[in-house]
Design a protein around this ligand. Structure first.
Ligand code: HPA
Ligand code: ZN
Length: 338
């Protein structure tokens, strides 16, 4: 008789870049299908061996380089479907997925191609994987404000479904949130939700600016808030969620090690912290693996109570209706650890 593998705790994932879920084997398969040669790498193993990063920029260089293999609707559909299958197996019931349209349109792939592929995978996901997923369109902050505005306008047909919000990602330092004031204002007028990466590499001023100038409802990463206690008070008072990515932080050398990660300090401060994968194919694990990693690092003091709190926080921080949220929170409450 085989012992059944216990189901992982139900959770939402709120910080995952779909392009960061492209596994090396899949990248090579897409390259072959599309007649593209990945010149610097001979095999998926070669590619994986290059996944050693000094900082955010060295990661981003490879992340953008690998995207050349994504060309057709089918490519984007397969990419999202593969993520949703893996996430579902790790207990993800709901996901708000980032995507970077400018990284594709700049290569001549129309936004309609990206949306058709991602849209099909998301539409099939509840029946196929038991996961509901929505999209957050990110602007590349190292591109111009004009490019963000153009991208925003080109995506209007998909506002509401499947695009529920806008975000800000890519190289943070030197690209403060205020640069994107106008496009975030338009997003608010269009009824979209607003988030931004802030405080991953940059100081707390970037988090203030994301809140006060862009009006964001959630901060992606946010680690640097801890050097500004007035900011921590504000984030606690307003229960602004932080989508923290502990494994990403260590691999991009924004934190020295997992055991020194500030996760327990953020939790003790009363912040609405969630735990996420960021770019799981590059950082060696999906969100369930990140939950396991923090659980298995004694210095982080994540016991079963904290794991349940993190799972509950993921639904509290999500852009769900009250009814949806209550249903998911009930699943978390009723979950029994093996
Ligand atoms: N930070 C900023 N931009 C990104 C990231 C990240 O961790 N991953 C993909 N784009
Ligand atoms: Zn990110």
């Amino acid at each position: 008789m085989t012992t059944p593998i216990p189901a992982p705790i139900p959770k939402a994932e709120l910080h995952v870049h779909i392009e960061g879920t492209l596994e090396p084997e899949h990248a090579f398969a897409l390259a072959a299908r599309n007649g593209i040669r990945l010149l610097r790498f001979r095999t998926p193993e070669d590619l994986r061996a290059a996944y050693v990063f000094d900082d955010l920029q060295t990661f981003l260089d490879l992340y953008y380089e690998l995207m050349v293999v994504l060309r057709t609707e089918q490519d984007f559909e397969e990419l999202a479907d593969a993520y949703l299958a893996r996430a579902a197996a790790q207990g993800v019931r709901y996901a708000e997925i980032f995507f970077d349209p400018q990284a594709h349109t700049a290569r001549g792939v129309p936004i309609g191609t990206v949306m058709a592929g991602l849209g099909r995978a998301l539409a099939a996901a509840p029946a196929r994987h038991g996961v509901t997923a929505r999209l957050i369109m990110c602007f590349l902050r190292d591109e111009s404000a004009a490019s963000a505005l153009e991208t925003f306008e080109s995506a209007r047909p998909w506002f509401g479904e499947p695009i529920i919000g806008v975000g800000l990602d890519s190289a943070e330092l030197g690209n403060p949130p205020g640069k994107f004031r106008e496009v975030f204002g338009l997003a608010q007028e269009a009824g979209l939700r607003r988030v931004a990466h802030a405080g991953e590499e940059a100081p707390p001023e970037y988090i203030w600016e994301a809140l006060d100038v862009l009006g964001v409802e959630r901060i992606d990463h946010g680690n640097s808030c801890l050097s500004d206690l007035r900011l921590v008070d504000r984030l606690v008072d307003e229960q602004v969620p932080l989508t923290v990515c502990p494994v990403s932080n260590v691999l991009l050398q924004n934190e020295d090690s997992l055991y020194e990660h500030p996760l327990p300090i953020l939790l003790d401060a009363g912040l609405l912290v969630t735990v996420n994968s960021d770019d799981p194919a590059f950082f060696g694990g999906y969100v369930g693996d990140v939950f396991d990693a923090v659980r298995n690092e004694p210095e982080l003091r994540v016991g079963l109570t904290e794991l349940r709190r993190l799972a509950a926080n993921s639904f509290k921080a999500a852009f769900l209706s009250d009814e949806e949220r209550q249903a998911y929170l009930k699943e978390v409450k009723n979950y029994r650890f093996a």
